[in-house]
Design a binder for this molecule. Structure first.
Ligand code: AHR
Length: 692
């Protein structure tokens, strides 16, 4: 029974249907006209989709008194029939669901990058002995700035030994709040300088228990004149927790009253695709399971620097690690840049991702815009980066790339100029244009992406073919209200890239800590809107992608971990991304329906192999009985697969406590008779109908 809602702006979100004819309800046109006449904050307060209106809690909502002028009839539906057409529709972008990565929350160093020891090159703006401790009585440690490993790694660890000390002493490193120690094979590297000939003991040890999980003795002979490099590996047993350290000890009697120096100690577990200086295998596999199609990197803010000089510099992230100085990242900690330009591209190659390479665009976060002729060296620098990536090996930069192990030019088709250059809007057009002109002249086949879609910030006209990057950090109602954001986007060649989005706040405005079910469902609603428009919306990626749980500057994040075994955790949003990216069709199909959008949202697609997908999100609190008919589908199986999840609106996944993840069920039906199933409130599902 339809009921008249008199107080639908009471801070909650209601989905309401405006009766278009009959009864005592107002027509859509009447309500629209009246809404337009009100100064209620316009789209920030309400949004129409066909015959539906919803009001978002918060600023500018109409007062109860204001809304009582209308008879808006809420008809909560409990069943919906969707009829999918097998003809018509739009081609869907093959790249739609990808990844955005920057080093934030120790997502690179201490996160996806395999190297587990922290502060190993004393990089960043403030140097300290963070993560290190002396081991054994008679040993002390300090940072030595006079015994450089290289012109890039200027500070090294000095281990001094009091005269007369015996036994084995040295130093430990606790990694990123603990070294994850698993039953695995670890690769260990370090540089050492000092007159020493004897045994070095390398160990993985329980910090409090003292349990030794791995131990390896190597014989070394080093001189006081230069650093020597060591490379070894060893097996470890499983630690029950994350409170572990890596330890290096040497024979104190041979260094009595003297010192030895160490630099760039590195410890890697198994890496993704077995790469040296690679990604963690567990994290790589977890991301690969999402079936992403592209990787936007290296930022985000972490591209930009607080100053021009502290921007991410591509040429300082390549080559041997001892030649990479690292930098003070934009999220409050030093970056080693061991995960550098070529490692990002290795990641892309191993995960079959199209790179979206961000180029510094003349703005640093401290507020400086470089414009006019001052920008010329930076445009030149971008061209050199591209020459390094694409140039034949007959060029100096192409040869450099080859000498680092990649003689083939990289397969990169997309370059983004800057990050979020609606800040500062005023200078972006002046900065974008020189980069655009130089890059497109040298590489006319590259797709160039502007870092904003705000026409006030872009050159006018925007050059043909330029894509625009849009970011959204919204409330759940914000995402539901943006469901139709691109329905009327001009199809004029300027495609859309939603380069960052996430539900970050409750409707009340309070910040959420970690993606909950209501937020993830709202993202699913938005993603359904993106997919419906995926002829023009080419790519979309959640951000940020990753956090170390105890080192995060920004939450929520898509996935996270800490040093404990099996702590790698996907948020509710991760599972939405995974479900949607693993069920992407080639063509978006027209659907006719017995109800309007809200609370149920859907998009249907088909693949060239005769598969059909129907993605659904129920943003209401009550279940909807859904029937999907595909009456003209031929040769499809009666047994369809429904992958779905639901739970309490505020349910969240936590490390070692994943409560939201999809389950698969079989739904028996037929193309003509349809497939029927229940989609609970705050539920997300994908129905897959397979070819016979
Ligand atoms: O994703 C976190 C930050 O949000 C990004 O670094 C920046 O682009 C945006 O403001």
């Amino acid at each position: 029974m339809a009921s008249i809602l008199t107080n639908w702006c009471d801070g909650n979100t209601y989905n309401v249907v405006v009766q278009s004819t009959g009864g005592s309800c107002n027509t859509t046109a009447e309500v629209m006209t009246a809404f337009a006449a009100e100064a209620w904050g316009g789209q920030s307060c309400w949004g129409p989709t066909g015959d539906q209106f919803w009001c978002k809690a918060g600023d500018g909502c109409p007062t109860t008194a204001g809304i009582q002028a209308f008879n808006i009839c809420g008809i909560p539906y409990t069943s919906a029939t969707l009829t999918v057409s097998t003809t018509g529709g739009n081609a869907s972008s093959p790249l739609l669901y990808g990844l955005m990565f920057e080093d934030i929350n120790n997502s690179g160093d201490g996160g996806i990058h395999g190297q587990l020891l922290r502060n190993n090159g004393f990089q960043g703006s403030s140097q300290s002995l963070l993560a290190y401790a002396a081991v054994g009585s008679g040993a002390s440690i300090s940072i030595d700035t006079s015994t450089a490993l290289s012109s890039a790694i200027k500070s090294t660890l000095k281990v001094s030994v009091v005269a007369g000390t015996t036994g084995y002493v040295g130093f430990s490193n606790e990694g990123y709040l603990g070294v994850p120690v698993n039953a695995d094979t670890y690769s260990n590297y370090f540089w050492m300088k000092g007159a020493y000939s004897g045994t070095i003991i390398l160990e993985l040890v329980g910090n409090y228990s003292g349990t030794v999980y791995a131990s390896k003795n190597i014989s070394v002979t080093t001189s006081a004149d230069e650093f020597s490099y060591f490379n070894t590996s060893y097996a470890s047993t499983q630690s029950p927790d994350g409170s572990n350290v890596w330890r290096l000890r040497f024979d104190a009697s041979k260094v009595s009253g003297s010192a030895i120096w160490f630099s760039l100690p590195q410890l890697f577990p198994s890496t993704y695709h077995g790469r040296s200086n690679g990604l963690r295998q567990d994290v790589g596999n977890f991301l690969e399971a999402m079936n992403p199609t592209f990787l936007r990197f290296p930022g985000g803010n972490n591209l930009e620097g607080q100053t021009t000089d502290t921007r991410w510099k591509w040429n300082e992230t390549i080559g041997p690690l001892e030649d990479r100085p690292g930098r003070q990242g934009d999220w409050g900690y030093g970056n080693t840049d061991a995960l550098g330009l070529m490692e990002y591209l290795q990641w892309c190659e191993d995960m079959n991702l199209a790179p979206v390479l961000a180029i510094w665009a003349g703005y640093s976060l401290g507020g400086t815009s470089v414009i006019g002729s001052a920008l010329t060296p930076f445009v030149q620098d971008a061209l050199e980066e591209l020459e390094f990536l694409f140039g034949p090996t007959t060029t100096a930069l192409g040869a450099l790339r080859a000498s680092y192990g990649h003689p083939e030019p990289y397969d990169i088709t997309m370059v983004e100029i800057g990050n979020e250059d609606f800040i500062p809007c005023a200078t972006y057009a002046q900065r974008f244009t020189p980069f655009y002109n130089a890059i497109s002249a040298a590489y006319p086949n590259l797709t160039i992406i502007a870092s904003t879609a705000n026409s006030n910030c872009l050159p006018s006209p925007l050059p043909a073919g330029v894509w625009m990057d849009i970011h959204h950090y919204l409330t759940p109602s914000g995402f539901v209200g943006s469901f139709n954001e691109f329905d009327n986007q001009p199809r004029n060649g300027h495609a859309i890239f939603v380069g960052e989005y996430a539900n970050t706040n409750f409707d009340s405005g309070a910040q959420i800590y970690w993606s909950n079910l209501q937020g993830a469902t709202s993202e699913a609603v938005y993603m359904i809107g993106l997919e419906r428009n995926s002829d023009i919306v080419k790519m979309a990626c959640y951000a940020p992608m990753f956090e170390h749980f105890n080192m995060a500057e920004w939450s929520p994040d898509l996935i996270g971990l800490d040093s404990r075994p099996n702590s790698l955790t996907g948020s509710a949003s991760y599972y939405v991304q995974k479900m949607f990216a693993n069920s992407k069709g080639d063509t978006i199909l027209p659907v006719s329906s017995s109800v309007g959008f809200g609370p149920l949202y859907w998009v249907a697609s088909s693949t060239v192999f005769g598969k059909y997908y129907v993605k659904l999100a129920n943003y209401g609190t009550t279940a909807v009985n859904v029937t999907v008919n595909i009456p003209t589908a031929s040769n499809v199986q009666d047994a369809a697969n429904l992958e779905s999840f639901t739970g309490a609106a505020d349910a969240i996944n936590q490390p070692l406590d994943v409560i939201i993840s999809p389950v698969s069920t079989t739904v028996i039906g037929s193309a003509a008779g349809g497939w029927s199933f229940l989609l609970p409130g705050y539920g997300v599902g994908v129905l897959t109908v397979n070819p016979a």
